[in-house]
Structure formats: C-alpha cells, structure tokens
Design a protein around this ligand. Structure first.
Ligand SMILES: NC(=O)c1ccc[n+]([C@@H]2O[C@H](COP(=O)([O-])OP(=O)(O)OC[C@H]3O[C@@H](n4cnc5c(N)ncnc54)[C@H](O)[C@@H]3O)[C@@H](O)[C@H]2O)c1
Length: 327
C-alpha cells in the first residue's frame, strides 16, 4: 500500500479525505497539531502529532513513512480571525506550508495536493468564477492561500514539485455513515451553526448582512458535499500519479444559495425553524461566490453526486444527532 501524508487529517475535511484514501487503497498518515482538529477523528490510518512549522519533526515523519504524496489540508481558516490577526495566518499558513513543501522536496516526495479556496478570488464583477478569474483576495486568509499557490508554482519550476490545487467553495455535509463530520472550534460555518441553533446548543443564528445586492439581500455561496470534495482529491492524486502534470481545479457545483435559502432548506430537512436574527455585514465577506467551472468534471471525471442542498443538510443533521458530536 502507498502512504500519503495528510496534513490536517484530524480536521473536518482531512478526516473525510483519510477515509476516502483508505477506501481507495492508500494508507493515510495524519500529521496534525490538533489546534483545531480532534484526535478521535483519526480513524483510518496512523497519527503523527506535529506542527507544520516544525521542520525536524516533518523530516522524521517523511523518513519514517516515505509517503508517495502529500495532501495538505492543515491551515487556519476563519475569515473573521484572519482580519483581526493576519500575522497568525501568514505564519501558520504560509510559513507552515513553505516548511512542509521544503521538507517534501528534500524527501523526494514530489506529488502534492493542496486545499486552496474560492476566497483567493475575492469580490468580482462577474460572480461566476472559473480557474482563470483574477485572484484578488479580500482578507488575509485568502491572501495566505494565494501565496501558497505561488510557492507551489515556484517549487515546480525549481524542484519539479507536481501539484494539484483545489479551490473549494463552501464545504458542507458529513460522512453518511457518521464516522466523521464537521466540528470546528469555534464553529462559524452556516450549516452547522444553524443545526446547533435548532438543537438549542447555541444562541440564534446571526445573519451577517441583509442589504447585499442579491434577491433576498443575504450573501450567496456555492456549497459542495465534503464526500464529493474528497473524492476529487483522490482523483487529483491519481491524476498526478498518472503524470498528467500540475493543474488548478475549482470544486463547487455552479449553483448559489443565499443564507435565507439555506435556512429554508434546513427547515425542510429538520422540520424545525432556524432561530435567527438579522445582523450587520461582517468584514471580509463578499456578496456572492459561485463556481463557474466544470473543469473538474470534464478533466478529472469528477461527479459530485451528493452535493444537493437537501443531501448536505440531511447528512450534516445525521452527524449532529450522532453521539460523536457531543465529544
Ligand atoms: N471548510 C470549508 O468550507 C473550506 C473551504 C475552503 C477551503 N478550506 C480549506 O480546507 C482545509 C481544511 O479545512 P477544514 O474545514 O477541514 O478545517 P479544520 O480546522 O477542521 O482542519 C484543519 C486541521 O489542520 C490542523 N492544523 C492547523 N494548523 C496546523 C499546523 N500548523 N500544524 C499541524 N496541523 C495544523 C488543525 O488542527 C486541524 O485538524 C483548510 O486548508 C481550509 O483552508 C475549507
């Protein structure tokens, strides 16, 4: 079996990726400092505690497991925090990724799959974004991810580091078997916040801005199911192993949902109204972010079959109601 080093494998998306990798016949080696992740989410392969910024530890882990590739999910990813503490984001995400990339190159591990984000695009006149859209991030989180993309390109030119960059839109849902699911701390993502509010685990949802230039005044986002997203990563890894070269792919469905539309879908799935109140806009948020690309479908053969709003909320709701979430 081939080992794949999965940074951030104790987090939401990384844990789902470990399950998908194990199913595809790889051994996922989780490397994580548990700053926002959970050790009990590491279920599908060995756990190596460590920090991206710790080069000595990274060298040990590369030497021990000799991974054929890296899937790099580890990052800080809260827009609000990135606005108030940009240094933390540049250090953890950019310096941390640079340290990891240098360790991978030194170990001769030259296939690299990277979690980027639609936040690298920022606000654009045309809200439908494809991989060639300009990258003008509105916050230090998006800027840190764009910088890592630049590092990967430079390391390909200099050291032959082949990479697939995935720019995710909003990731939602959970493993249908509820072995892993979404559990950020603090939770800022719309669907889990709504489900927590429905269950009375937190105060009513604050709708951040109701005066945007959208049909109902709330922000519009494109949502993709976490299981579809990680399936794309396995396809991206195979793409690299087949020698098809470095490539950027958006991962979204091309359909946008406003905050109020997501609330209505949650009410329909759970049969319970979402307690919510209107609030002011949040710094760093764009009006709308929707993927305009079918590149992943056309080139990778990706088929995002679980990414209907109903399915994403139903899977997240199952996870929220499972015992795991209480931990
Ligand atoms: N969730 C989304 O909707 C979304 C959208 C776009 C992009 N992304 C990207 O996907 C990736 C995973 O996101 P997630 O939602 O699973 O977040 P998460 O917080 O659940 O997972 C991130 C993991 O990385 C680990 N980590 C962070 N800094 C580290 C460091 N310095 N060293 C070692 N481990 C470290 C954390 O402990 C955590 O387990 C991130 O890179 C994020 O930017 C997520």
């Amino acid at each position: 079996m081939q080992n794949v080093l999965v940074t951030g494998g104790a987090g939401y998306i990384g844990a789902h990726a470990c399950k998908a990798l194990a199913r595809a016949g790889y051994t996922p080696i989780t490397y994580d400092n548990l700053s926002t992740g959970w050790q009990d989410a590491v279920k599908f392969g060995p756990f190596e505690p460590g920090d991206l910024l710790d080069r000595v530890r990274l060298d040990e882990v590369f030497a021990r497991w000799k991974p054929v590739a890296v899937m790099h999910f580890a990052a800080l990813s809260q827009v609000g925090e990135a606005m108030s503490e940009p240094g933390k984001y540049w250090r953890n995400n950019v310096t941390g990724s640079l340290t990891l990339i240098e360790a991978a190159v030194a170990a001769g591990c030259l296939d690299f799959v990277f979690s980027s984000t639609c936040a690298t695009y920022g606000e654009q006149d045309n809200v439908v974004l494809d991989e060639t859209s300009a990258q003008i991030p509105l916050n230090a989180y998006g800027a840190s991810k764009r910088a890592i993309e630049d590092i990967l390109r430079d390391f390909e030119a200099a050291h032959g580091l082949r990479h697939v960059i995935f720019r995710y839109f909003n990731v939602a849902g959970a493993d249908p078997e509820a072995e892993v699911g979404e559990h950020h701390r603090p939770e800022t993502h719309l669907i889990p916040v709504m489900l927590d509010a429905i269950q009375g685990k937190r105060d009513a949802l604050t709708i951040h801005g109701t005066d945007y230039d959208t049909p109902d005044g709330t922000c519009i986002r494109d949502y993709v199911h976490v299981c579809d997203l990680v399936d794309a990563h396995v396809l991206g890894l195979k793409w690299l192993q087949d020698g098809r070269g470095s490539r950027v792919f958006n991962l979204g469905t091309g359909t946008g949902f406003s905050v109020r539309e997501v609330m209505e879908a949650s009410r329909a799935v759970t049969n319970r109204a979402v307690p919510a109140h209107d609030g002011p806009r949040r710094a760093g948020d764009c009006t709308a972010l929707v993927s305009g690309s079918t590149r992943a479908v056309a080139e990778l053969g990706w088929s995002p079959e679980r990414s209907t709003m109903h399915q994403m909320i139903a899977d997240a709701w199952r996870w929220h109601q499972s015992g795991h979430f209480a931990k």
